[in-house]
Design a protein around this ligand. Structure first.
Ligand SMILES: Nc1ncnc2c1ncn2[C@@H]1O[C@H](COP(=O)(O)OP(=O)(O)OP(=O)(O)O)[C@@H](O)[C@H]1O
Length: 851
């Protein structure tokens, strides 16, 4: 029988190996699991552990048999020694049987017949009987069928020494066992195949056990964490329970307190009800004892008492003052009560008031009733003060509201102005209207006729075809002056903001130009000029905030010479400065403005970049000032009677009203806004007007200058911007070039026509001219700077105050334009005329002609 050296050494190493094998398991299940206990084996839920248990049982059996083998070998050696001694003593020569051929049965138990006994039978001498194995802790006996050795306590395996004891000291770690089991070399030669197989199984079991140990360690760790968590949860639950108990106690206390309060409130209500009931009963009793009106007085006194106790000022009437002194106040109190309290005061009771007073005085005088009165005077004073304070508060609120509304109104007004300017700007720089004057003779076939508000048709006599013209607006013969002014009115406030507005009346002689602009003084019909000036003055001098200086100047261009219409006709002797003139009429020149010529403090020229040295201007503030100026203008203007017009204007009249803010200093001032009102002389055919001599010359000058005006307006309306603008072709266009073509200027052209068929040819030429201007004007934006303009031609840079101010400041509508995505007016759009100037022609004196 051959054993593995490791396992063959019966003592310490195998025992330690066993201990190390079982120690982790023992440690993991300390106190709760005994591997030797079949019940534990059966109850174990770990299949690896079960397998391990079974293997361990097998190993235990093997080790037991190994120990038996050791003992057998010892017995064999002793028998051999006995046989040797026997042979040496001559007992025989028979050879000893080889022990290597013997087989070892693991099921060998004491008491059975052993192979050694068989060997002993073959030997000549009987073998020594086999000694029974001592039972000791180091050398365990064979396992009993129940797995326990006799004499040991249940649950403790006799085969494993300390294995079954959970309190045994920890044996060496499993690697020692593995090292001991892994000694390979020699076993192959003499190890039993079953043992080898057993060893492999044992190694497999050990590794499974290690794996299981690791899993169980993890489970143990998780279990310990779960236990800790459970502990903490348990503590939290206990804390919550304690908190709940505390809240419950608090709630119970509050509930008790609430119940107590409810009881107190109900008791107070009951007491109040009782008191009220007693009071009502007393009143009812008192009322039952008195007549009806006295019943009412009782309730009145009740109310009075209640009110008196609520006031902070009291006076005991019965003690300190006589009741008669209080009668008027009592009366007023009764009146108030009759309006507010129920039952209402009956008229009959009021009539019996004196009787009431007397009764009340007697009651109070007998000290049967003591009433506490408010001090009426102080109460009234206080009420009065309260009322005054309340009214003052209301007044302050109203004033604030009014101020804010006024501020809003100003903002809205400025916005409206900006929008009006925007509308005007979008409508175009030049707006052309047509007005038909009333017929001089009954209308026949032919002539001009309004077709709606924007069209006019003209049919020449003798079956000529109908000509249609369109304008911004057409005013029929029944249109009033106000209707015309409505078109101009929105731009009048813009004059105070610095824009230039030019109103032109164009048409044949006698078509109503002067009537449209100046009105009819005989009939008291105001013209556009009167209405515009009146509005401008109102805005300039009645408006809150800024104050303005307004000046009026007027000139006429008669036969291409400029004359001041506001000069004093009698004292006009300041001739030396102005050059040649006729009598009081000064002959003036048009020059280009220069900075050095415009000294500080001088009034800027109303013509922007152009100026007329010596032209007088009147400061106007009221309509009477204007009236005086207009009368002088009317007296001095060239007028003559022609075949077509009894009072025909023989010159172009330019009336200019300039307005500038008075508050700003010289640096802060911008150029004045100007309103030009230009009454053009009427175009006429000399053949029709039968002009001769001077009138012929006048008519030629008029027609030439009107033709020049037409050329300028056509050129300004040229959309290509390539045309030359012939401002210099006439004094009128040269003087008004800024008003006609300057940036931001607004021009209104009223084309006056006669409805008469006899004037159809003149009307046709007027309408053709006006419609051409209207058609050529670029609507919706400012005119671009044409190449023909002085600025585009690269003439001397314009330094006029107006153009400078407009270059440096955006136009009035610019913010609004920007807000609406419209490009603001281009800066530097002003015309820059050359430095040349016209010399006014010498003309015969008008006054002599008038005379
Ligand atoms: N719309 C009108 N309503 C009433 N009367 C008018 C109207 N238009 C013109 N008249 C009258 O016609 C006459 C001629 O008018 P007005 O002098 O204004 O013409 P004009 O165009 O200025 O002529 P000229 O160019 O010769 O000065 C005047 O008596 C005037 O009262």
């Amino acid at each position: 029988m051959v054993f593995s050296p490791a396992l063959r050494s019966p003592g310490k190493s195998q025992h330690q190996a066993l201990q190390s094998l079982h120690t982790p398991e023992k440690e993991n299940f300390a106190g709760s699991w005994n591997p030797a206990d079949p019940a534990n084996l059966a109850n174990s839920t770990n299949p690896d552990l079960g397998r391990f248990q079974r293997k361990c049982a097998e190993i235990r059996g093997c080790l037991y048999e190994q120990s038996l083998g050791d003992r057998v070998r010892a017995e064999t050696a002793r028998s051999q020694r006995n046989l040797g001694a026997f042979a040496a003593s001559g007992g025989g020569d028979a050879p000893l049987p080889s022990t290597s051929t013997q087989t070892w049965s693991p099921t060998f138990v004491p008491g059975e017949r052993s192979p050694l006994q068989d060997c002993a039978v073959q030997s000549p001498q009987p073998l020594q009987p086999l000694q029974p194995l001592p039972t000791s802790p180091e050398r365990p006996g064979p396992p009993s069928p129940a797995g326990r050795s006799p004499g040991r306590s249940p649950g403790r395996s006799p085969d494993y020494g300390d294995y079954g004891s959970p309190k045994a000291a920890a044996p060496p770690a499993p690697p020692a066992v593995l090292a001991a089991l892994a000694q390979p070399a020699q076993p192959k030669r003499w190890c039993l195949p079953e043992f080898e197989d057993l060893r492999r199984k044992m190694q497999h079991s050990i590794s499974a056990l290690q794996k299981s140990n690791a899993q169980q360690a993890e489970m143990q760790a998780a279990l310990s964490q779960a236990l800790q968590r459970g502990e903490s949860l348990k503590e939290e639950a206990q804390e919550a329970r304690r908190s709940k108990d505390r809240h419950h106690h608090k709630w119970c206390a509050l509930d008790q307190e609430r119940e107590a309060l409810q009881r107190a409130a109900s008791a107070a209500q009951a007491a109040e009800r009782g008191a009220r009931g007693a009071e009502r009963a007393a009143l009812e009793e008192a009322a039952a004892r008195r007549p009806a009106w006295r019943r009412w007085l009782a309730s009145f006194l009740d109310v009075l008492l209640r009110r008196g106790t609520q006031s902070h000022l009291h006076a005991d009437v019965s003690a300190s003052q006589s009741f008669e002194e209080r009668q008027p106040k009592l009366h007023s109190t009764l009146q108030q009560l009759s309006q507010s309290e129920r039952p209402s005061l009956e008229p009959g009771l009021l009539a019996e008031m004196s009787e009431l007073y007397a009764w009340l005085a007697s009651v109070m005088g007998d000290n049967r009733l003591s009433v506490t009165w408010n001090d009426g005077q102080e109460v009234h004073q206080q009420a009065h003060d309260d009322r005054v304070a309340q009214l003052e508060r209301k007044l302050a609120q109203k004033e604030i509201a009014v101020a804010s509304l006024e501020h809003e109104k100003r903002a809205l007004r400025s916005e409206v102005r900006a929008l009006q300017n925007l509308v005007q700007e979008l409508r175009g720089s030049i707006r052309v209207f047509c007005r038909i004057r009333p017929p001089k003779q009954p209308l026949g076939s032919g002539g001009a006729e309004a077709q709606g508000s924007r069209s006019i048709s003209l049919r020449k006599p003798a079956g000529d075809k109908r000509h249609d013209f369109s304008f911004d607006r057409v005013f029929s013969q029944i249109a009033s002056q106000r209707d015309l002014y409505e078109e101009v009115e929105p731009l009048i406030p813009g004059v105070l903001q610095g824009i230039h507005v030019c109103i032109l009346a164009y048409g044949q002689t006698g078509a109503g130009k002067t009537y449209t602009l100046a009105g009819d003084r005989c009939s008291g019909e105001p013209g556009i000029q009167d209405l515009a000036i009146a509005d401008l003055l109102k805005l300039a001098f009645n408006a809150e905030g800024a104050r303005y200086d307004v000046r009026l100047s007027a000139l006429e261009i008669y036969n291409e010479s400029i004359q001041d219409l506001l000069s004093d006709p009698d004292s006009g002797r300041d001739v030396g400065l102005q050059g040649p003139q006729e009598a009081s009429c000064e002959r003036l020149e048009v020059r280009q403005s220069k900075d050095k010529e415009e000294g500080s403090g001088s009034w800027p020229s109303p013509f922007g970049s152009m100026r007329v040295p010596g032209l007088k201007s009147w400061a106007v503030r009221e309509s009477s000032d204007v009236e005086q100026a207009l009368q002088r203008i009317g007296r001095q203007r060239h007028v003559a009677s022609t075949a077509l017009n009894e009072r025909s204007s023989r010159s172009h009249c330019v009336l200019s009203l300039s307005a500038r803010s008075a508050g700003a200093d010289e640096e802060g001032r911008r150029g004045p806004g100007v309103l030009h009102i230009v009454d053009l002389a009427g175009s006429e055919r000399t053949k029709v007007s039968q002009a001769e001599g001077v009138q012929m010359k006048e008519a030629n000058c008029i027609n030439r200058s009107l033709s020049a005006l037409s050329d300028v307006l056509y050129a300004l309306g040229d959309s290509s911007g390539n045309g030359h603008i012939p401002f210099r072709n006439s004094k009128l266009t040269y003087l008004l070039q800024d008003a006609l073509g300057g940036p931001g200027c607004k021009t209104f052209l009223f084309a006056q026509v006669s409805p008469d068929a006899a004037d159809a040819n003149e009307s046709y030429s007027t309408l053709t001219f006006a419609s051409r201007v209207a058609a050529n004007v670029q609507k919706g934006r400012l005119r671009p700077m044409s190449r023909g303009s002085p600025a585009a031609r690269g003439d001397r840079p314009d330094t006029s105050p107006r153009l400078r101010s407009q270059d440096s400041e955006p136009s009035l509508a610019s913010p609004v334009l920007r807000a609406r995505g419209v490009a603001p007016p281009l800066p530097g759009l002003g015309r820059k005329p050359s430095s040349s100037s016209f010399q006014a022609h010498e003309t015969p004196r008008r006054r002599a002609e008038q005379a």
